[in-house]
Design a protein around this ligand. Structure first.
Ligand SMILES: [Zn+2]
Ligand SMILES: [Zn+2]
Length: 132
C-alpha cells in the first residue's frame, strides 16, 4: 500500500485513488454540496453571488462547472457567455443567434475570397499553397 502526503493538509494518508486524504475529500464534498444546495434554493445567481453566500471561492465553483459536476442549468447564471455578444449561454462558445450569424458570415467569406484579399492583402497567408 502506498502512502502519500495530502497536498491540502499535509497529513500522511493511504493513497487509493484520490489525490487528497479522506478528511479533505469529505470537506471538498461538503463544499460542493453547499454550492449545490444553495443553487437549488436560489437559482439564477452569478458565480460571485454564490461565492459570497457560500464562502466557496469562484475558482472552485467554475471548476465544478468545468468538471461537469455542476451545470449552468443548475441555476448559475453568467458563467458561460457568448464570445460574440456576451449573452449568457448554457453551452458552447456562442449563443444560437451568433452561431447562426457567424456560420453564415464564415460561409460568405469563404464564398468571396476576394473580399478578404481586398481588406488585407498583406495578411494573406497562402504561404503553404505549395504543400501538395
Ligand atoms: Zn488532507
Ligand atoms: Zn451571441
Amino acid at each position: 500500500m502506498e502512502t502519500k502526503n495530502c497536498p491540502k493538509c499535509g497529513r500522511l494518508f493511504t493513497y487509493v485513488k484520490n489525490s487528497i486524504c479522506p478528511d479533505c475529500l469529505k470537506e471538498e464534498e461538503e463544499t460542493f454540496q453547499r454550492v449545490r444546495a444553495y443553487l437549488k434554493e436560489f437559482p439564477g445567481q452569478s458565480i460571485s453571488q454564490v461565492s459570497e453566500a457560500t464562502g466557496v471561492p469562484p475558482r472552485k465553483i467554475s471548476k465544478y462547472l468545468r468538471d461537469g459536476r455542476l451545470e449552468v442549468t443548475d441555476g448559475l447564471s453568467g458563467f458561460l457567455t457568448c464570445m460574440n455578444c456576451g449573452k449568457p449561454i448554457h453551452t458552447g462558445k456562442f449563443c444560437r443567434e451568433c452561431s447562426t450569424k457567424l456560420s453564415k458570415g464564415f460561409q460568405s467569406v469563404a464564398a468571396n475570397p476576394k473580399e478578404t484579399e481586398k481588406n488585407g492583402p498583406r495578411m494573406h497567408h497562402l504561404k503553404n499553397k505549395d504543400k501538395e
